[in-house]
Every structure is written in structure tokens, then in C-alpha cells.
Write a protein that binds this ligand. Structure first.
Ligand SMILES: C[S@@+](CC[C@H](N)C(=O)[O-])C[C@H]1O[C@@H](n2cnc3c(N)ncnc32)[C@H](O)[C@@H]1O
Length: 273
């Protein structure tokens, strides 16, 4: 059974939000060992984001949605100390096995059990698309940041997996993939946190796959297989896969089947006072 991922839920019920967060944590927990080899995009994006961060060796940093912590040796070289936060106990345990952060905290980025104004920088790569309330995440990231502190968040926005969404749409109208938020909506959410001067830059990444099954396997290996607002109805049956593959084929290039990922780099500095 396979369903593909969804970053945003349109629900006002905290119960559904809690259920969704549990599903996300479980999915990523199950993927903690398979994640890194599948994380081609995630590695490119996080390393680019890291290059945008100007921290110094005295700084204290927060890695929000740290995953298995593969980037922690890099963070360790750049700052004095850092704290690692993730919703998933499995991912956090994997990160903790590296013993590089000063503390490991299992928490929702929208409600951080962390003291105000304690970090010189907040780093968060490809977590935000999993958060039902990005505005609350922006507010929390800004709260824990010291005045003058820096923030870099990357996320996936509308246009991501557009080829796969199109192929599914030829089969039925169910939400098989995420409804990635448009950049404008995230800009609006960030504007609710005026103590940070925000900047946004979108970049398109294309990854190539031999076939649609390889793309689906990669998403599952990443733990990116939750669809919010519905139970996982799954992809079943050979016929269904054949139809999906046939619909995707029209995008084939000499490099294979492309999948587009629209990555938004959000940077900010918290006002000095
Ligand atoms: C795609 S992985 C990215 C991991 C790592 N930052 C990287 O770049 O490889 C997303 C991570 O965000 C975590 N996550 C998802 N929703 C979260 C939330 N609401 N609060 C904290 N972490 C969350 C997941 O458990 C997962 O480890």
C-alpha cells in the first residue's frame, strides 16, 4: 500500500491536526534508516541553505526538523553548540546516535518547549511543508531567536511533483500527493511575524527516475508518504500502476522521468531590539 505525501492540512480541528502529526512522526520514524540514501534533494537543498547561514564559532544554533542528523557534522564545525528538534522519536534517536548536539528535543515546531531568545540562528530544512500551521512555526522560530539572530528555512511549494500529480489526475480526483502551498501564502504567514525581516527565493530542482515506481519508492524511503485529511487509501493493483506509469511517460526525457521540486528558501533576521 502506498500513498504519497501532503504538507498542509485544511482543518480547524486540533484532533485531526494531532492525528496528522502522529502519522507524520510515525512515517518518518519508520524511514529513519532508509532516509539518507534516498535524500538526494534534501542533501542538495540543506547544503545550499547552510551556505546562506553566516554563523560564527561562538554561536548557538537550533536545527528544527533535524531528521537523522546527517548535517550535524557540518553544523558542529560552524558553531559553538546546537540543539536538535524533531517530531519523530525515531529520527531524533538516529540523530542522537551521532552525539553532536548539546540536546535533542522531541517536539512540534509549532509549539517549542524552548526558552525565548536563546539562539543566534535557526536552521530548518525541508520540514515546514509537513507543518499544518506554518504561521505558528514562523512565530516559534522567531520567539526562540535572539535579537539580531538569523533564520534560514527551506520548504517545498506549489509546483512540486507536478508531473506526478498530473499523472494521478488522469486516473481519479483523489489527493494522492500533497497540496503544496503557494509561495504567496507562506509570505503572508511570515508577514504575521513582523519582528523578522523576511526574504524569499524560489528555486526549481529536477530529479530523474527510471520509472514512476522508483519515484514512489524514493518518497516512501524518505518517509514522505502521508496524505492529510484522508486515510491512506493506497495505490493498489497492477492495472492502476500501469495506467499511472503510462500517464507519466509523456514527460520522459533522455535522462529519465523528471520530477520537479519547487524549493522556497526563506531567510530572515530578527530585529535587534
Ligand atoms: C524531509 S525531513 C528533513 C530532515 C532534515 N532537515 C534534512 O534536511 O534532511 C523532515 C523532518 O521534519 C520532521 N518534522 C515533520 N513535521 C515536524 C514538526 N511539526 N515539528 C518538528 N519536526 C517535524 C520529520 O520528522 C522529519 O525528520
Amino acid at each position: 500500500m502506498m500513498s504519497l505525501n501532503s504538507p498542509t492540512i485544511n482543518t480547524s480541528e486540533s484532533q485531526s491536526e494531532n492525528t496528522f502529526l502522529k502519522q507524520v512522526a510515525n512515517s518518518f520514524g519508520k524511514a529513519c534508516d532508509s532516509y539518507l540514501p534516498a535524500a538526494r534533494l534534501q542533501q542538495q537543498v540543506a547544503l545550499t541553505a547552510l551556505g546562506m547561514l553566516s554563523v560564527n564559532r561562538k554561536d548557538k544554533l537550533l536545527d528544527l526538523g533535524c531528521g537523522p542528523g546527517w548535517i550535524h557534522p557540518e553544523l558542529n564545525n560552524r558553531c559553538n553548540e546546537f540543539c536538535a528538534v524533531d517530531l519523530s522519536a525515531g529520527m531524533l534517536k538516529k540523530a542522537q546516535s551521532l552525539h553532536l548536539a548539546t540536546n535533542y528535543v522531541q517536539a512540534d515546531a509549532a509549539a517549542l518547549p524552548l526558552k525565548t531568545a536563546q539562539f543566534d540562528a535557526v536552521f530548518s530544512s525541508l520540514m515546514l511543508q509537513w507543518c499544518p500551521r506554518p504561521d505558528a512555526v514562523f512565530a516559534e522560530a522567531a520567539r526562540v531567536l535572539a535579537p539580531g539572530g538569523q533564520l534560514i528555512i527551506t520548504t517545498l511549494v506549489q509546483g512540486t511533483l507536478i508531473e506526478l500529480q498530473g499523472a494521478f489526475a488522469t486516473l481519479d480526483q483523489k489527493p494522492h500527493t500533497q497540496l503544496f502551498l503557494p509561495e504567496a501564502e507562506l509570505m503572508k504567514a511570515a508577514a504575521n511575524v513582523p519582528q523578522v525581516s523576511w526574504h524569499f527565493k524560489q528555486r526549481n530542482y529536477s530529479l530523474f527516475y527510471p520509472d514512476v515506481q522508483s519515484l514512489a519508492r524514493e518518497l516512501k524511503a524518505l518517509g514522505a508518504n502521508q496524505v492529510a485529511g484522508r486515510s491512506a487509501t493506497g495505490l493498489t493493483g497492477k492495472g492502476y500502476w500501469q495506467k499511472l506509469a503510462a500517464a507519466y511517460e509523456k514527460h520522459r526525457t533522455a535522462l529519465g522521468l523528471p520530477a520537479s521540486y519547487q524549493v522556497l528558501f526563506i531567510t530572515g533576521t530578527k530585529n535587534a531590539s
